[in-house]
Write a protein that binds this ligand. Structure first.
Ligand code: NAD
Ligand code: UD1
Length: 339
């Protein structure tokens, strides 16, 4: 019998790309999403690309009964838990919403899983849990901290899951700490579709290139980095999605709780990103240097070796592919999934 994976947040950016690869790998996929930050069109396109069906439930993690109904109607073997709110700035304005959706929502999900004897879960954590790291590259044993409510929700859910795994050895939990996901599926049919003004660098660059925004504001060129702009570990979303497929298949050999960083191990500056995008798109990206963004750090990249070894996986798409695929998606869909 085919294994059924529940993907919470499966119509979102990373969730839709992961759903695509799960279907391709032969899993049945059930998606739970309240569509607060995504469109069902992403899953229609996943179905078009794969020729396979996704079972979709418009449901909210704050509603335990809705989660239980999905478990009642499906024989779910593992969960990949993407659903939640993710905007750092907004999290400082409406912290209770972040705590409710990201933390209470995760607790509701875990309780239902326990009730249905489903003990395998992969959780979307973030490199933000390393705060301002003392050095780079960052490995999983670095100390954790948070400087904003969003980051705290990730840290708290990690801790809750750690306590749960210690309380009952039947839990099999994989915490994945993503570095900076970018890019899109090579078809140009699915990609990142931020609502309103993008917070993150690559969607902003591509919206400038397509004429949706006037110019990029580069937040500071006085960091102690080679060109003064911030350095990050950008990872292609398809490599990230592939790591999730490896994670659900690695549950069999793992036990308890496993924490892994997902990145490439390479750091690129904001100016390098702009240049790489211009090269791949043939468009020029207007920018100005402005003050640093509060809370930003100078540099952040991972030591990817533990994830590579544990999952038998490696991020193998380079910067050119990340930018080419971002541009294909943006150019084909200047307004994202909106017509
Ligand atoms: P996304 O916003 O595109 O996807 C999240 C999905 O969850 C959306 O489709 C949204 O509608 C849904 N959702 C939100 N609250 C919900 C609720 N209460 N009930 C049901 N559905 C709900 O974001 P993404 O970029 O795909 O991120 C996925 C996960 O990865 C998030 O947990 C995010 O915090 C984490 N993460 C993302 C990044 C990044 O840069 N994109 C980096 C590190 C970690
Ligand atoms: C963001 C999140 C962080 C999350 C991480 C991974 C914030 C404040 N932090 O961090 O919690 O874990 O993504 O997805 O949102 N930049 C500009 N101009 C822009 C946008 C960004 O110069 O308009 C610069 C930033 O200063 C940074 C780099 O580009 O140096 C990357 O920024 P961004 O894409 O927002 O990611 P992070 O800062 O790593």
């Amino acid at each position: 019998m085919l294994q059924t994976i529940l993907v919470t947040g499966g119509s979102g950016y990373i969730g839709s790309h992961t759903t695509l690869l799960l279907l391709k790998a032969g899993f049945e996929v059930v998606v739970l999403d309240n569509l607060s930050n995504s469109s069902l069109e992403s899953l229609h396109r996943v179905e078009k690309i794969t020729g396979k069906k996704v079972k979709f439930y418009q449901a909210d993690l704050r509603n335990t009964q809705q989660i239980a109904d999905i478990f009642n109607e499906n024989n779910i073997s593992s969960v990949i838990h993407f659903a939640g709110l993710k905007a750092v700035g907004e999290s400082a304005e409406i912290p209770l919403d972040y705590y409710e959706q990201n933390i209470s929502g995760s607790i509701n999900l875990l309780k239902v899983m326990k009730e249905f004897n489903c003990s395998q879960i992969v959780f979307s954590s973030s490199a933000t849990v390393y705060g301002d790291p003392a050095s780079v590259p960052i490995n999983e044993s670095f100390p954790t901290s948070a400087t904003n409510p969003y980051g705290r929700t990730k840290l708290f859910v990690e801790e809750i899951m750690r306590d749960l795994a210690h309380s009952d050895p039947s839990w099999n939990i994989i915490l994945l700490r993503y570095f900076n996901p970018v890019g899109a599926h090579e078809s140009g049919l699915i990609g990142e579709d931020p609502q309103g003004i993008p917070n993150n660098l690559v969607p902003f660059i591509s919206q400038v290139a397509v004429g949706e925004r006037e110019k990029l504001r580069i937040f500071g060129d006085d960091y102690s980095t080679p060109d003064g702009t911030g350095v990050r570990d950008y990872i292609h979303v398809m490599d990230l999605a592939a790591a999730h497929v490896k994670a659900v298949t690695s549950h069999v050999k793992l036990s308890g709780i496993t924490t892994l960083n997902l990145g490439t191990g390479n750091g690129y500056s904001v100016l390098e990103m702009v240049k790489a995008f211009e090269k791949e798109s043939g468009k020029s990206v207007a920018y100005e240097i402005v003050a640093r963004r509060s809370g930003d750090i100078a540099e952040c990249w991972t030591d990817p070796s533990l994830a590579e070894k544990t999952l038998n996986w490696k991020a193998n798409r380079g910067l050119a592919e990340m930018m080419k695929d971002t541009w294909r998606w943006q150019n084909n869909n200047p307004k994202g999934y909106k017509i």
